[in-house]
Structures are given as structure tokens and as C-alpha cells.
Design a protein around this ligand. Sequence first.
Ligand SMILES: [Zn+2]
Length: 273
Amino acid sequence: MPEGPEIRRAADRLGRVLTGKTPEKVELLMPGLIQHAAKLSGQRIMGVQPRSKALLIHFDGGHSLYSHNQLYGRWYVVRIGKTPRTGRSLRLAIHTRDHSALLYSASDIAVLSAEQLERHPYLCKLGIELLDPETTLADVRAQVEDERFRRRSLAALLLDQAFLAGLGNYLRSEILYVATLPHDVTLGAIDAEARQRLADTAFALTRQAYRHRGVTNDLERAARLKAEGLRYGQYRHHVFAREGLGCWTCETPVERVDVSGRAVFFCPHCQAS
Ligand SMILES: [Zn+2]
């Protein structure tokens, strides 16, 4: 599933061709939504905003187009008249004079008024948006000090969008590794210095992944490994999806455990409790 950095890059791509434009045509191709396209026709697009793993396209008439890609949804941007080569089914299309923005396979799409947007069950539960340009490190540090989260394990918290929005499975393992924290301790069980390290790492690493195509490894190391001939998937991460391979720092084999059905990867030496 795409995580915050991938969603924000998709939003950037869409924003470049949609923001400020009045689409020639908006097509909503899912049953139950087709008649809602009229609410958006003839309106200018004010902006494209990622919210955690959802994406909002705001129209100047006051409505927003909400989409959550779940596991399979995928956006394409093409020159007008072109169709991407894909076996997926088209759910939503926005055509401007020059481009088409096409969403395939997603099933969670809605046209929302400003009031509906505020009450939306997914959006209103979201915590601090790590990639929102308005979010500061101080906001993230305050969130890790919030008593509400004290009794939860770090592994559970780092996937909870009500804690830090925009994190997913690869960022969870990578943040814990860089912050040198085990996955199975509670937030309340680590000291203030470790909580601050968690906040600082979550903030910095998510932004690095956004700016550097999902690379969470140390950037100098990643560049060196790439120069040595390693593929993207091999140099991209510290520990994620590297089970059995040596930790880049200490060479201890990376381990994997499943927590609530999703894998956490860690170095048992660097992240000892
Ligand atoms: Zn290690």
C-alpha cells in the first residue's frame, strides 16, 4: 500500500496538471456516484491535498472529491486523448484541455461538501499529518507526549493514523530502526529522550522518503550502494524487507516478526530493548 510520501508525490503530480484548471469533463464511473459529477462540472480546481493515505481534490464550488486508494488504486496522468496501458478498471477521470488525471481500481471515492468533509469518518480521526507543510517538529514532539498514547506499543502506534498520519509499514520499521527502538515496548515505557528521538526521526525520515523517492536508508550510504551496482530495492531501506540480510551498521542479520498480521523488520543488535 502506498504510504504518505507516495500519496503526496501522487498529489504533486496531479496538482501540476489540475490546480487552477477548470476541467472540460469530470467522469465518476462507479455506480451510485455517476449523478454526483454534475456537482463538479464547470468548476475550477483549487488544489490537490493529501490527507494521510487519502487524496482530496478541492473545487471552487465548495465540493471536494475524496479518494482513498486502499490496496489497488492507482492514479495516472496522461496527455489528453491517451490511455495508459493497464488492465485495471477506470473509476474516475478528470479531463482538462491538455491532460487527463485517471484513477483506476480504487473503490473508496466520494463527492463531499465542506460539512461532510469535516465529519468524514476517515479524515476526522487523523492525527498529526507528518508531511503537511504546516506541521512542525514541535507538533510531532507534543504528540508523542500525549497521555492518550502511552499504553500502546510502538509497533501499533506507528500504524495508527490517529497518532501520526501518513505512516505505513515500511516507514514503521525504518523509523524504529533509525531511532534505535524496539517495536514491542509501549510509548510510556521509553524515556523522554527516546520519545523525542522517535518524534524527530518520524518527522525527518518521512520527509526524506517524500523528497527521495521512498529511500529511507542513509542517503550517502544509498548513493554509495547504488554506485556499487545495487538495485533500488536493495539499497532503499535500512531493514524493511531485508530479513536475513546483514544490518548495514553492525552486520547482524535483520529479523522479521508479524505484529497483527503485518511485518516488522528490525536489527536485534541495534534495536535491543
Ligand atoms: Zn544493526
